[in-house]
Design a protein around this ligand. Structure first.
Ligand SMILES: Nc1nc2c(c(=O)[nH]1)N[C@H]1C(S)=C(S)[C@@H](COP(=O)(O)O)O[C@H]1N2
Ligand SMILES: [Mo]
Length: 234
């Protein structure tokens, strides 16, 4: 790994959702409790919530140290670049496209992993292919409305079933802290590929290294097969 772990600035504190320990309680109870823990952790600048039972959980990351805001009313996703039909999607437009649910462990390259996270949203290929990539198209660059974070995928990776323009997580709308109203989910790769606060998909003629890749991390970030790590693949 590089000298600088890709954890950005945790937004305020470390957070444990405790979903593992609560797995037996069922989805509804688990979600209610995780929301309570979430609220607790957000009020807890000391980070003591990280010591709650449950062992593993999400940490909230933002390289800018901020949580940028787009309301569900003013959110827009633009699809640009080497396409013949550039498009702009409001949240309702995304909701009208084919939806998909992906349940997968979520793992950061620094080592933490959250088991069996349920995501919902539109496969990225739906918005890419609706824009009709031209003959020069090879990849996509993703941009965040935080103004700093970027990511990229090959066109082939972007068309996978487990790569989503995600609007939901654990049965609820995606929270602002987790990148809402819309983030990218690249389920088979380390967390840094899953860009939060997604604003733009630009179709490009080559892969452009993203924020963390410019700082030494692998562009192809398959869990267990990159960054010199030996994690269980997801
Ligand atoms: N815009 C933005 N997206 C981001 C990051 C970030 O700092 N800014 N951090 C990445 C990293 S390193 C991880 S592990 C995940 C963490 O997702 P979470 O904050 O929802 O836990 O978001 C990824 N996407
Ligand atoms: Mo990460």
């Amino acid at each position: 790994m590089g000298e600088e772990p890709p954890q950005g600035t945790p937004v305020g504190r470390r957070i444990v959702l405790g979903l593992l320990a609560l797995g037996g309680l069922g989805i509804v109870a688990g979600r209610a409790v995780s929301e309570a823990l979430d609220a607790l952790a957000r009020r807890d600048p000391t980070g003591l919530a990280a010591a709650l039972p449950g062992g593993v959980g999400f940490r909230y990351y933002s390289v800018t140290g901020e949580e940028p805001l787009r309301t569900s009313a003013d959110y827009r996703l633009v699809v640009t670049g080497r396409v013949t039909h550039p498009a702009t999607y409001a949240l309702a437009d995304l909701a009208a496209l084919p939806q998909r649910r992906v349940v997968r462990d979520f793992q950061c390259v620094t080592g933490w992993r959250v088991p069996s996270v349920a995501w919902t949203g539109v496969p990225l290929r739906e918005v890419v292919d609706r824009a009709v990539p031209d003959g020069s198209a090879r990849a996509v660059t993703l941009r965040s409305f935080d103004g700093a974070y970027t990511e990229s995928l090959t066109l082939e990776q972007a068309r996978r079933d487990d790569v989503l323009v995600a609007t939901g997580m654990q049965g609820a709308p995606l929270s602002r802290a987790h990148g809402g109203p819309v983030r990218l989910l690249v389920a088979p790769m380390y967390g840094y590929k899953s860009l939060k606060w997604l604003a733009e998909v630009e179709v490009t003629d080559r892969v452009e290294a993203g924020y963390w890749e410019q700082r030494g991390y692998d562009v192809d970030a398959w869990v267990g097969r990159s960054n010199g790590r030996r994690d269980e693949p997801v």
